[in-house]
Ligand binder design. Structure first.
Ligand SMILES: [Fe+2]
Length: 327
């Protein structure tokens, strides 16, 4: 992975501290150690700076005029674009209650005033190493998702399928109340479920239907191939079952393992429902696109006949109806 990150920029630090003397002192200490550092004096100025150039670490005073450090910390940790930036809260001497509030707000670490230079450097250096590691994982994830998109691009009839699938699968997960980690996995599954098709030759992939038994055997290997490619990445732990089991059927007639209803984990069943819907709504050389109502009738009938999870199909159309009402 190191090769992927060759030429990486220097990691930067944002100091948010309303006291100009303290802010200048921290900026001076960190800059002398070689960290590019910017200091601002309010939460509003910090937000503008983060939007302009997200830093690799934030040192955040808890008490400031306007929005407090706790509030800013909570907001940054709830936003998917900034949640992986480590935040060190700078608290006063009577720190216990401050720390509890900080932990609730999602802070990664704490520094107590008056700040000692050694403690500051120790915290900064360990959190920046962690951030570097997170960035590497993110890079690996995005490389794989790009690969997933490139597989999709080989088949001109599936344009935009990954994006729609990622959105619909994650929305269905959210609708039925799965946890946040699983929702993220469903989004990634949208891009990665067919990654194994990278090993399927073009002439088979583009044929679409009427595969010979030998060609079909090759096509059926794509869930296992995709799982093997993604297995080394711990961050994709919850995505692996989605990749492996997205072609299983409730009646045991699917592949690669011939699992039955109760044996197929929930996340692949969720993705599958979104996948089937998208396939039915898309025109292919050998079939026209169905409209929403036709797709609903077809999927409900197929679920009753033992292919898909009937409850999830019904939840999926409930979710789409609700989305329609909101729009
Ligand atoms: Fe597939």
């Amino acid at each position: 992975m190191g090769d992927l990150l060759a030429g990486r920029r220097k990691q930067s630090i944002l100091v948010v501290e309303d006291n100009p003397v303290n802010a200048a002192l921290m900026k001076e200490l960190l800059s002398r150690r070689g960290y590019p550092t910017i200091a601002v004096q309010s939460a509003a100025a910090a937000e503008a700076e983060i939007r302009r150039e997200p830093p690799d670490l934030i040192l955040l005073d808890v008490i400031m005029p306007g929005k407090s450090g706790y509030e800013l910390c909570r907001e940054l940790k709830e936003d998917s674009k900034t949640r992986l930036i480590p935040i060190v809260l700078i608290t006063g001497l009577s720190a216990r209650e401050d720390r509890l509030k900080g932990i609730e707000a999602g802070a990664d670490d704490f520094l107590t005033k008056p700040i000692s230079a050694e403690e500051l450097f120790a915290r900064v250096s360990s959190l920046l190493k962690l951030k570097e590691f997170t960035d590497e994982l993110e890079t690996a994830d995005s490389v794989l998702c790009t690969l997933g998109r490139s597989v999709e691009a080989r088949d001109p009839y599936t344009e935009g399928h990954c994006e729609r699938l990622a959105r619909n699968a994650a929305d269905l997960g959210r609708y039925i109340g799965v946890d946040d980690e699983s929702i993220v996995a469903l989004g990634r599954g949208g891009y990665l479920h067919d990654l194994g098709k990278i090993a399927v030759p073009d002439e088979i992939l583009k044929k679409g239907s009427d595969l010979t038994p030998a060609e079909w055997e090759i096509m059926k290997q794509h869930p296992v191939t995709g799982e093997t490619i993604c297995r080394p990445l711990k961050s994709l732990r919850l995505v692996l079952p989605i990749i492996r089991y997205h072609h299983e059927h409730s009646d045991g007639s699917g592949y690669p393992d011939g699992l039955r209803a109760g044996e197929i984990p929930l996340l692949p069943r969720i993705l599958q429902v979104a996948d089937i819907y998208d396939a039915l709504r898309t025109a292919r050389p050998y079939k026209p696109a169905l409209d929403h109502e036709q797709a609903a009738v077809t999927m409900c009938a197929e679920a009753r006949s033992g292919l898909w999870d009937e409850d999830l199909v019904s939840e999926f159309f409930g979710m789409l109806d609700k989305r329609q009402q909101v729009a």
